[in-house]
Design a protein around this ligand. Structure first.
Ligand SMILES: [Mg+2]
Ligand SMILES: [Zn+2]
Length: 150
């Protein structure tokens, strides 16, 4: 039996204000309630994994390194406020590439569950899009909570 519980959380529109195609550090604005959520779950022993579609890479709007810098800054600001992020999983593809990882596809969760020995039945998904994050959670029969930013 997998040993760990996890919070799978969306990035753009859930953790940070969606730009869209955010990659510049100066555009990073983290929602206070996202800090509270991640602090709570990480301190309760959950593994915290960010699951994010980043088709801006496939579209040539920014590079993988740009995204990694942006993600590292999210982690740094979270950590400074007592909220730990364990990993980022991203899909760099455009919809026309028809990959398995782009949400609402489930491959990013499945890969991270294997890497971190996560029991999906004891884990949850939080996101701002029912048709993307919610749909991914439903495909896996997982708990899901929507954060409405409208
Ligand atoms: Mg989102
Ligand atoms: Zn993909």
């Amino acid at each position: 039996m997998p040993a760990n519980r996890a919070l799978f959380i969306d990035r753009d529109g859930t953790i940070n204000v969606d730009c869209p195609y955010c990659w510049k550090i100066e555009d990073l604005r983290i929602y206070d309630d996202a800090v509270d959520i991640i602090r709570k779950y990480s301190s309760d022993g959950y593994i915290v994994v960010v699951i994010t579609n980043q088709s801006g890479i496939g579209r040539g709007y920014f590079t993988k390194e740009d995204m990694e810098r942006f993600n590292a800054e999210i982690s740094r600001q979270m950590a400074a406020r007592g909220a730990r992020i364990d990993a980022f999983y991203y899909c760099p593809h455009t919809p026309s590439e028809k990959c398995e990882c782009r949400k609402p596809g489930t491959e990013m969760i499945e890969r991270s569950a294997e890497e971190f020995d996560i029991d999906l039945s004891k884990s949850l998904v939080i996101g701002d899009r029912d048709d993307i994050d919610g749909e991914m959670a439903r495909k896996l029969g997982m708990q899901y909570r929507i954060i409405n930013r409208k």
